[in-house]
Structure formats: structure tokens, C-alpha cells
Design a protein around this ligand. Structure first.
Ligand code: ARG
Length: 563
């Protein structure tokens, strides 16, 4: 609808002037800021005599009285005007009602495939807030790509290999308990790892022993060690799956570094592009003293070696347009090295993209620093519950309703907190502050959705489905004009996200939309008004609710009906 409306406008202007449709399009800038005019034509971009041409164009537009535009003005060689909301209202609302939860989707990616790798926590290490960022940001990107028609494969690439697993296994032998492991594998393996690292500080023998265990795993595939390692991995993945469910996060593929150890070695040995350093290690040499270590002198692989093998395999297996890695900016150097090595190996660099993000000031609670995903979600949920219980209007909620609503609101709070600024910026992790229903938060968006939903439910006997029978003149008020124009922009905002994978675009849009909704609700009472008026008003409100709902879903939130 968005492109259609502005193309129609450009076509009409081209018709009445001596500029072509393409020229008008090229100089046309659109805005949805309430303080600016909707459209500006920068004539200087298409003319060598901009002042004279602008004057002529201005007169032509005014004389033509184009139905789609109004308030035409001129400043220097720029012409501005507003879109006539009255003229587009029916088409916009009609498009939303006919597409429903597909409104906002497009077919840009039709027939193309994308691979997105995200979350990728390390077994036996902490899941810090940075991992929460990759998890929700990655899922947002997957939701977005699917909305834009891409076949998308989501991959979780566990940190399940490397010399620390020698320590983890040794730690488990010394300090582990099968019962604890089954009960809470993530915490137990972390505990064990912390304990054995402490032992290693006092006793140099521990490190040597751990190294020997890892060597046995890598080189001999020692059955007993590998059996234990498999169990650690399996239990950890199962636990993570449960936690991801609470975040509306889902993976098509659970992969991990361990699967690319052998292939990594093979690539290093057969590619013919590595040199051997004096100490016996193998490197990719880029000249100018720039090297990337490919294999240690004891024949073990590195993080990057396993990434090289994984990247190659993903290209071969999925043939994607791109592989997107959602990983913190702390690993910028790693991905630069990875991508140039892949290029050296003859792969097309443009098919790899690192989508990074900044550091977050960690989450602390009374109990100390939060180190596990489960604690982040639990803590956010309990904050939310406290906020809800402090409010009398929740007295009709059953305890179960409070629990499930608090969990959904907690996730919305986390998502909006994380997605409000540009990815590269860090922010302070403060759920307490972000859990309140004030402009800019997750609960604020959910609240607007609940208000609309409740109006719809209370008036479900009003039938506005035959749009041709609606009398639009009844709703020609500024609040509706502003709201309808906002709704028109949704498709465009989704499309723009493909350029930079910035969820802040959608959050900013939805916050503005929620503002428009709140003012519209106040002047569009449905209950007890004339039937025709009720129909027209409900059509607008339900359309706004559909768009808000679609936006929340792309972010990864579950839209609420009641809170
Ligand atoms: N496991 C790593 C970490 O937690 C992130 C892995 C990122 N992905 C990759 N293909 N290197 O730091």
C-alpha cells in the first residue's frame, strides 16, 4: 500500500508537469514526523535551473488540484505538501483488513534463502547478557526475513569444543555429581568448571592432566571421555531448548564447534594455502606480517578453524544468499579474520555478514550478578509480577493469569529495552525501570494493544466487515488522519529493516503508533454511539490493533489481550 500510494502521487505529478515519473520519484522525500510536511520535492536534484523549474512545478501542482495531496507550499526550490488522508483512508484500512496478520509482509526474499546464526552460548560457561542480546536480536532477524519472504534457516552454534572441555571433564570427575547434572546441567557444569579452574591455580598438574584429556578427545576420540562429553552436551541443549521457548526463540539446527573439528583440520591440511611457522604451528599468511593462526603446533584446531569449516559447509548445504552471524562487537576482529580467510580460500566474501551489537552494563540483583539465562528471565518476571500485584486493577486476575501475563510482559520489557537504541550502543540493564507502563517501554506497547482488544471484544456484535458500506465521512477527524497515515508507514518500516537489521526502527515506529492509538481511543468511543458511527470507528481501531500486533510479533513478543 505504501509504495502504491506514493507511486500514485508521483504519477499524478508527472502527468501535470514536464518531469517524468522517475524524476519526480528521485527528488521525492517522504516523512512521517508530525512536525514536518509529509512529502518534499527537492527540485534541485533534477534540474539545472531549480528556482525557475520549482516555481513552474509548484504552479502546475496547485492548478491541477490533485486529489491525493493538500497544503502545497514552496520554499526556495523545494516544494512540500501533505498527503490527503481522506483520499487514502479507505484503501489503507481495506488493505489491513484483507491481509490481517500478513499486513506488512512482502515478497522481497521470494525464492531466496538466508542462514542466521545466533545465541551460540558456551557450554560450562556463563550465559551473560550479551548472549541474551544475540538470542533475541537473532530471532528478530529471522522473524523479519521470514516476513519478507526469505526461506530462513536458524542455527545455534554451541561453544561445545576447545581445550576447556578437558578441564570440564576433569572437574566433573573430581567435583561432579550425576544428580546435580541431571537437575540443572548448565549451573552444575559451570560450578564444576569454576572449581577445577581454582584447583588449577594451585596445582600445575591439573592443567597438564586436562590437556591430556582434551588431546585424548581430539585425537583418539576416547570412548569414555566422549560419552561423558556427549551427555553434557545433550543435557545442556535440552535445558537451553526449554529456556528458548520462554523467549519465543526457536532454532532449526542445533550445531556446535565440535562438529567441525575434523573438517577444520582437513581444510588446513589440503587447501595448500597455509604456511608452517618456525614453532610448528600452521598459519594463513596475508603478507605484511598479517597472519591468521589455523592450527596449533600440537595439531589441535582453533575457534577460527572450526568456523571456517562450518561456513564452508553452510554455503554448500543451504546455498544461501547470505550467512548472517549475530555476535557481539567484541568479536569484530575474529569475523574480519574469518571473512578474509574465507576469501583467501576462494569463497565469495559478500555472502557473509557479521551483525554486531554493543556491550550491556550487566544485570545485578540482590543475590549478586546474574550469570544464567534462566535467572535473567526469572528476575524480569518477578519484577513484573511485583509491579502487577501492586496495582489494584489486577484484582480480577487468577494467580495463574498473573504468572503467565507477567512472563509475557517481562519478555516484552526485555525486548523493547534491548531494541530501543541502535544495536551498536550499549545500555544499562534495568528491568525495574523498564517494567512500568510509560511511554518507551514494552508494557506501554502491550497496554495499547490490550485497550484496543478490549474495545473489540466489548463490541463484538458491531459488524464492520463490509467496508463499502462504511461511511468514512463520520471519522474525518485529525486523530484518525494521523493514525491512518501512521498505519500506511508500517510496510515501509519493515522493508527498511532489511537494510540494517535494526529492530529500533520497529520499536520507534510502534511507540509512535501506540501514542497515536492512545489519542485516537479517547476521541473514538464505540460503546453506546450510533451504529454507523460505531462501525466506522471500530474499523479504524481494529486496523490499528492488527498493525500493532504484527509489529509486536516481529519483535518476538506475544501480543496480550489483557494486562
Ligand atoms: N560461542 C561464542 C561465544 O559465546 C560465540 C560463537 C559465535 N559464532 C561463531 N560462528 N563464531 O563467544
Amino acid at each position: 500500500m505504501f509504495n502504491e500510494v506514493f507511486c500514485r502521487i508521483a504519477a499524478r505529478i508527472a502527468e501535470v508537469s514536464r518531469f517524468s515519473f522517475d524524476e519526480i520519484n528521485r527528488c521525492m522525500e517522504k516523512s512521517n514526523h508530525s512536525k514536518k510536511q509529509d512529502v518534499t520535492l527537492f527540485v534541485i536534484k533534477i534540474s539545472n535551473a531549480p528556482d525557475a523549474d520549482a516555481k513552474e512545478l509548484f504552479d502546475a501542482i496547485v492548478d491541477a488540484r490533485i486529489e491525493l495531496i493538500e497544503n502545497v507550499s514552496m520554499k526556495g526550490s523545494s516544494i512540500s505538501f501533505d498527503v490527503n488522508k481522506r483520499a487514502i483512508m479507505k484503501d489503507v484500512l481495506c488493505a489491513i483488513q484483507s491481509k490481517q496478520d500478513k499486513f506488512g509482509s512482502n515478497e522481497i526474499g521470494k525464492g531466496k534463502r538466508m542462514v542466521v546464526e545466533y545465541s551460540s552460548p558456551n557450554i560450562a560457561k556463563i550465559f551473560h547478557v550479551g548472549h541474551l542480546r544475540t538470542t533475541i536480536l537473532g530471532q528478530f532477524i529471522v522473524n523479519l526475513l521470514r516476513e519478507c519472504g526469505y526461506e530462513t534457516t536458524s542455527i545455534n552454534f554451541f561453544g561445545d569444543w576447545g581445550k576447556q572441555f578437558g578441564l570440564v571433564l576433569l572437574g566433573y570427575m573430581k567435583h561432579g555429581s550425576e544428580e546435580e547434572l541431571e537437575k540443572d546441567p548448565l549451573r552444575h557444569l559451570f560450578d564444576v568448571y569454576v572449581k577445577i579452574s581454582r584447583d588449577a591455580k594451585d596445582d600445575a598438574g591439573v592443567d597438564a592432566e586436562a590437556r591430556e584429556i582434551f588431546r585424548k578427545m581430539e585425537e583418539d576420540g576416547d570412548e569414555w571421555c566422549m560419552g561423558l562429553w556427549k551427555k553434557f552436551r545433550m543435557l545442556s541443549v535440552e535445558k537451553y531448548k526449554q529456556l528458548y521457548k520462554r523467549l519465543n526463540v526457536e532454532f532449526d539446527v542445533y550445531s556446535g564447534e565440535s562438529m567441525y573439528n575434523e573438517r577444520g583440520k582437513q581444510i588446513v591440511e589440503t587447501c595448500g594455502l597455509v604456511k608452517t611457522d618456525p614453532d610448528g604451528s600452521k598459519v594463513f599468511d596475508f603478507g605484511d606480517n598479517q597472519k591468521v593462526l589455523a592450527m596449533k603446533n600440537d595439531g589441535t584446531t582453533l575457534y577460527i578453524t572450526r568456523d571456517i569449516a562450518a561456513a564452508k559447509e553452510r554455503l554448500e548445504e543451504y546455498m544461501p544468499e547470505k550467512i548472517i552471524y549475530v555476535v557481539s562487537s567484541e568479536q569484530n576482529k575474529h569475523f574480519e579474520d574469518l571473512f578474509r580467510t574465507l576469501k583467501l580460500l576462494g569463497l565469495d566474501e559478500s555472502r557473509f555478514q557479521h551483525v554486531n551489537y554493543g556491550l550491556v552494563a550487566g544485570m545485578s540483583t540482590r543475590a549478586g550478578k546474574v550469570e544464567f539465562l534462566e535467572d535473567i528471565v526469572d528476575e524480569a518476571t518477578s519484577v513484573m509480577k511485583r509491579v502487577m500485584q501492586a496495582d489494584d486493577s489486577r484484582s480480577s486476575f487468577t494467580p495463574e493469569e498473573i504468572d503467565s501475563t507477567a512472563e509475557i510482559l517481562a519478555l516484552s520489557t526485555l525486548l523493547v529495552m534491548d531494541f530501543t537504541a541502535k544495536r551498536i550502543k550499549g545500555y544499562e540493564f534495568d528491568v525495574e525501570k523498564r517494567a512500568r507502563n510509560t511511554s518507551g517501554t514494552g508494557p506501554y506497547l502491550q497496554y495499547a494493544h490490550c485497550r484496543l482488544k478490549s474495545i473489540e471484544m466489548r463490541n463484538n456484535e458491531v459488524d464492520y466487515s463490509s467496508i463499502d458500506a462504511i461511511d468514512f465521512s463520520l471519522i474525518c477527524v485529525p486523530e484518525v488522519f494521523e493514525l491512518v497515515y501512521k498505519l500506511l508507514w508500517y510496510e515501509h518500516v519493515v522493508e527498511k529493516c532489511l537494510d540494517d537489521y535494526e529492530p529500533s526502527r520497529i520499536v520507534t515506529y510502534l511507540q509512535d503508533l501506540a501514542g497515536c492509538i492512545n489519542s485516537a481511543i479517547n476521541s473514538l468511543r464505540v460503546m453506546g454511539v450510533d451504529k454507523e458511527l460505531a462501525k466506522a470507528r471500530l474499523l479504524v481501531l481494529s486496523s490499528a490493533r492488527i498493525v500493532l500486533q504484527n509489529g509486536l510479533k516481529i519483535l518476538g513478543a506475544t501480543p496480550l489481550s489483557k494486562m
